[in-house]
Ligand binder design. Sequence first.
Ligand SMILES: *Cc1c(COP(=O)(O)O)cnc(C)c1O
Length: 225
Amino acid sequence: MTEIGRNITQLRSEVPANVRIVAVSKFHTVQDIEAAYAAGQRIFGENRAQELCTKAPLLPSDVEWHFLGHLQRNKVRMIMPYVNTIQSIDSVELLRLVDAEAARLGKTVNVLLQLHVAQEETKTGFAPAELMMLATDGAFIGMNNVRICGLMTMASFVDDMEQVRTEFTMAKSVFDTLKSAVFMGNSNFSTLSMGMTGDWRTAVRCGSTMVRIGTAIFGERNYQG
Ligand SMILES: *Cc1c(COP(=O)(O)O)cnc(C)c1O
């Protein structure tokens, strides 16, 4: 077995069975993705539209592609044929555009609303109060070609796991509130995507149902490549 295959096997033995693993393959090669696929991995995440569109046709069709980066409006149409889930919906306008483009193709796409809980200003997404207000106002209803499956969030990149835990706990609380107050009776709304290589254990303890792991599977990314 390849090193990537061993990493996946190891990770799967540690991550609870009810938590899905997205293998974040950005900046890694198609061969690397194939090695992960050979070890049974089927969900892969990319954060750049062009990279996703280049890689997806080269891999088996049962790969479930997740888009996790900031999505520019003019890239929506390009990724739509390939993408199973867009994890990074950060505005109602983007969501409506995704819905329209999915309708154009006659498909339904899964989406996660990106929640901003990190103290860092650089992270994008809805603020908790903003998301609650939009949801209560009905901003997320009436779209037939998007399936709103839950939330995605990133914690601050800090060594202080107490701060990370506070942020993940806040995300879990927003998720629970939305689920019981706005998306009740909607069985699709069940995913809380949080946790990366450095903080997934904390995320899982705080209630994550989906972790997005790059480095621990594929090794360090070479951004020059
Ligand atoms: C790159 C990326 C990850 C994976 O990061 P690692 O630290 O390599 O596990 C997870 N989520 C998002 C949104 C990313 O952009």
